[in-house]
Design a protein around this ligand. Structure first.
Ligand SMILES: [Zn+2]
Length: 387
């Protein structure tokens, strides 16, 4: 994901969190009415903004100069919150051993990575978190050592704020030992202590923990806010924004993922078009340059490209057979296919398909990529002339 070219946004404010207007209002109301529950569970999909909301809520409660609709942003508390270094703000989240932390991994070992990721963009998945801290092939958990850390930290009085906060991200990853240690604390926390749990799947939370929290359902992001977010971030047509909004089903992460995949497919389509145009015109020098360029990609990407190429071949053959009820990803593909489909017929489709298949299997077996792609290009040049 690339956010480098976006202006710096501080997500610890309600106003920067995407959508969720009604819920923000409800949370603010609990502060105004002074009826803040001591253990609250923010439940929603990974792209709903549940983590961002929990942090913004804590910042708002602590703000020394709060407005009706948001924290001030410049008081002593807000400044520390924005860097996630307020001494009364604590976090626990699933971790595991890595190359750096070889045993007894606990949240505190990864706090600087956590702060960086959350400040950057507090919409990330459990998988993205593990990738970021270098856990591969295993799941993280919140275990005994984290439970002890939580007990220890929560037993101090707040240092600066009226409240101290323990934000537990993914309490569903808490094991039974940790849960047992924390039960009493979550049920009857010391004065002015708030537990804010942030979950993507409450069915997986240990029941005794779940029953001690007040459930706050974080709904999908509304369409209007999603559209606004997409328009601000990407250069998309109104139609593309509408399609993406519909496909995302109110999940910001999903929208971003679909967008990124779509961008890759556009790149693939451009490569595929060049390849086929050079092949058709017998421009061998250009075909070799093209093969050289393809050889620079990673093997996974090369395989994805070849897979994409097969899909294009299949779809274009079907168009050529005049079967029109196919769903297209983009208008660009459709435009291309109107011309290209005439070159994929029953005379060559099988050979084209198996030629691409062969290239894919050579890539998988670590063959020389430049040779594989130039071979492919030359064979395709001959095959599409036999349409
Ligand atoms: Zn403030």
């Amino acid at each position: 994901m690339q956010f480098d070219n976006f202006i710096y946004i501080c997500y610890m404010f309600f106003k920067e969190i995407i959508g969720q207007h009604e819920l923000k209002q409800q949370l603010i109301q609990t502060v105004t009415d002074k009826r803040i529950s001591h253990a609250q569970l923010f439940a929603g999909t990974e792209g709903s903004g549940n983590l961002a909301l929990a942090i913004a809520y804590a910042q708002y409660i602590s703000c020394q100069n709060k407005h009706d609709d948001d924290s001030c942003g410049y008081c002593k508390s807000c400044i520390k919150f924005q860097k996630l270094v307020h001494p009364d703000l604590h976090f626990a989240f699933p971790v595991n051993t890595t190359n750096r932390v070889k045993k007894d991994a606990s949240s505190d070992n990864f706090i600087s990575e956590w702060r960086k990721l959350v400040i950057d963009f507090p919409y990330f998945s459990e998988f993205m978190w593990y990738e970021y801290i270098g856990i591969t092939g295993k799941q993280g958990n919140i275990d005994k050592s984290d439970a002890e850390m939580i007990q220890q930290k929560m037993n101090f009085k707040p240092f600066e704020a009226d409240y101290k906060f323990m934000i537990i991200w993914l309490p569903e990853r808490m094991n039974i030992t940790a849960a047992n240690k924390l039960l009493k604390l979550i049920e009857e926390p010391p004065e002015n202590t708030l537990f804010l749990l942030v979950s993507k799947n409450i069915d997986q939370i240990i029941k005794t923990i779940l029953s001690r929290t007040q459930l706050i359902r974080v709904p999908p992001v509304d369409e209007q806010s999603m559209q606004k977010m997409l328009a601000e971030r990407y250069d998309l047509s109104p139609n593309e924004i509408q399609v993406l909004t519909r496909l995302s089903a109110g999940d910001v992460l999903k929208a971003i993922k679909i967008h990124d995949r779509h961008e890759t497919e556009q790149d693939f389509l451009d490569s595929f078009k060049s390849m086929m145009r050079f092949a058709y015109e017998y421009k061998f020098a250009e075909l070799l340059d093209w093969a050289e360029e393809m050889a620079q990609l990673g093997r996974e990407q090369q395989k994805s490209f070849l897979y994409f190429a097969q899909q294009m071949i299949r779809e274009n053959f079907i168009i050529n057979l005049k079967i029109h009820d196919i769903v297209y990803a983009t208008d660009k593909e459709k435009d291309f296919s109107l011309n290209f489909s005439q070159f994929i017929t029953s005379k060559n489709v099988e050979n084209v398909y198996s030629t691409i298949n062969l290239a894919m299997s050579h890539i998988e077996h670590n063959g020389n990529q430049k040779i594989i792609f130039s071979d492919l290009a030359i064979k395709l040049a001959q095959l599409i002339r036999k349409a």
